[in-house]
Ligand binder design. Structure first.
Ligand SMILES: Cc1ncc(COP(=O)(O)O)c(C=O)c1O
Length: 453
């Protein structure tokens, strides 16, 4: 990803303004410090622009698709415009549908309920649970973790070649790993899937906040992402793509909004005619603020320019990687190797440290918010750590006491709103903790490591 030096230099100066950038938090060792939010992969802070747009709209808030009043009309317009903005952001085909959901998890569960009869599903074991688990009722093939992008394509091709080429099939792929941050060969996987008559859904939860994601450029059939990772934390997500499977499926939820006509039958039952637009899967009053916030974020990121955002993020990734490489006790987790292109998400373990202990010390002693655990991708993290499935706790719940051998990892993640100081403080904190140890005592409480006092 090359950008002109001038553009890169300019871009490095300015993170996008986000909410919470001036929030201070207490340190267990005394004093306060500006909070360094380095857990963007879980939820990114709202862009100031998104918040301002939402605040400006809030007094005009009204019901969507169900009111004669001015504000209802306005809210309906904003909701439908948001759909168009998202379609544009994702480079959708004219016939595609954009369905507003609650999240990526919701989007993929919706699609899982819309699979045609007999559909085979192919998914790598390395996926986030949101991509791994919704297909339980279909015939799923879980593919082994590949050691390189090329191997991922070969593995998929082999698996697809073994299936009945006439039956429907879906491949679910991630754009960027929520554990390693590594980019997956989406275009190549999609081409392989299509060559074997299968369709593709892209889990873009971690990719869309960092890179341009286009249905047409990547030639995928659907894209799913979450607003709260795209700087729009107002409870909405998106499933966008081919209309046919969605139109033929049972509505995701049954209720008002999804139904065009409902009538009692002579035999006492009820006849329902469902919408065949996106509304079919959006029963109930929609989350207009969430949809509006996503549209605002799409516009803000497009206006900031992904070239600029990528250049800045690569600069931050470089700082973190260089900083961690200077600490031999730190091992960064990677499936595709150190040089693999990635987004601003890195997981690591520190020799001699329990990851929960390490993350607790980063928070309590340095005001840095990261995540520790298995990141809702248990099979992948176990593969990377070479650990035993039986010894792992639930998502995010560490099972070892402070000081014991790590069975989990620490994840640091950042993006468009991250100032250099946050990653610099993180690198310094890692160095100091490894060199000097924690300054405070910690204990385990409800499965989490917390300062002892
Ligand atoms: C790659 C990936 N897919 C899906 C999800 C699920 O997103 P959500 O919790 O917003 O449904 C996540 C969340 O971390 C993720 O990282």
């Amino acid at each position: 990803m090359s950008v002109s030096t001038a553009a890169a230099d300019r871009s490095l100066l300015a993170p996008l303004p986000v909410l919470g950038r001036d929030v201070t938090v207490p340190l267990v060792t005394g004093g306060e410090v500006t909070y360094a939010a380095l857990d963007y992969a879980a939820s990114a802070p709202a862009l100031q622009r998104v918040w301002d747009d939402v605040a400006a709209y809030a007094p005009y808030y009204g019901s969507v698709h169900r009111g004669a009043g001015y504000l209802s009309q306005l809210s309906t317009d904003l909701f439908e415009n948001a759909r168009r903005t998202v379609a544009e952001f994702l480079g959708c085909r004219p016939s595609d549908q954009v369905v507003f959901t609650r999240s990526t998890t919701d989007s993929l569960n919706l699609l899982a309920g819309a699979l045609p009869a007999g559909c085979r599903v192919f998914v790598f074991e390395t996926e986030h649970h949101a991509s791994l688990l919704p297909w339980r009722n279909a015939h799923v093939t879980y593919l082994d973790a590949p050691g390189s992008p090329a191997q991922a394509v070969e593995t998929l091709e082999r698996a697809l070649a073994d299936r009945d080429p006439h039956g429907p099939a879906l491949v679910c792929v991630t754009g960027a790993s929520n554990v390693t941050g590594e980019l997956w060969p989406v275009r190549e996987l999609a081409a392989a899937a299509h060559a074997h008559g299968a369709r593709v859904v892209l889990d873009a939860a971690q990719l869309a906040p960092h890179h341009p994601v286009s249905v047409t450029d990547l030639d995928v059939d659907w894209i799913a992402f979450s607003g709260h990772k795209l700087y729009a934390p107002f409870g909405a997500g998106v499933l966008a793509g081919r209309a046919d499977w969605l139109r033929e499926a049972e509505p995701y939820l049954a209720g008002g909004g999804a139904s065009r006509r409902v009538a009692r039958r002579a035999d006492g039952g009820v006849d329902v005619e469902w919408h065949d637009t996106a509304a079919r899967h959006e029963a109930g009053s929609p989350n207009v603020i969430g949809a509006y916030a996503i549209a605002s974020a799409c516009k803000a990121l497009t206006e900031a320019g992904f070239d600029t955002l990528v250049a800045r993020e690569q600069h931050l990734i470089g700082k973190v990687r260089q900083g961690l490489a200077a600490v031999p006790e730190v091992k960064v987790l990677s499936l595709f190797g150190d040089e693999a292109p990635r987004v601003g998400v890195l997981s690591f373990v520190v020799a001699g440290w329990n990851s929960s202990h390490f993350a607790a010390a980063l928070s309590a002693e340095y005001g840095i918010g990261v995540r520790d655990g298995l990141f809702c991708a248990h099979p992948l993290v176990r593969t990377l750590l070479g650990s035993d499935p039986q010894t792992q706790g639930e998502c995010g719940a560490p099972e070892a006491a402070p000081g014991e051998k790590s069975l989990n990892a620490v994840r640091v993640s950042f993006g468009a709103g991250t100032p250099d100081e946050h990653v610099e403080r993180f690198v310094r904190a890692v160095r100091e903790l490894v060199r000097d140890g924690a300054k405070w005592d910690y204990r385990t409480e409800d499965g989490r490591c917390v300062p002892a006092v």
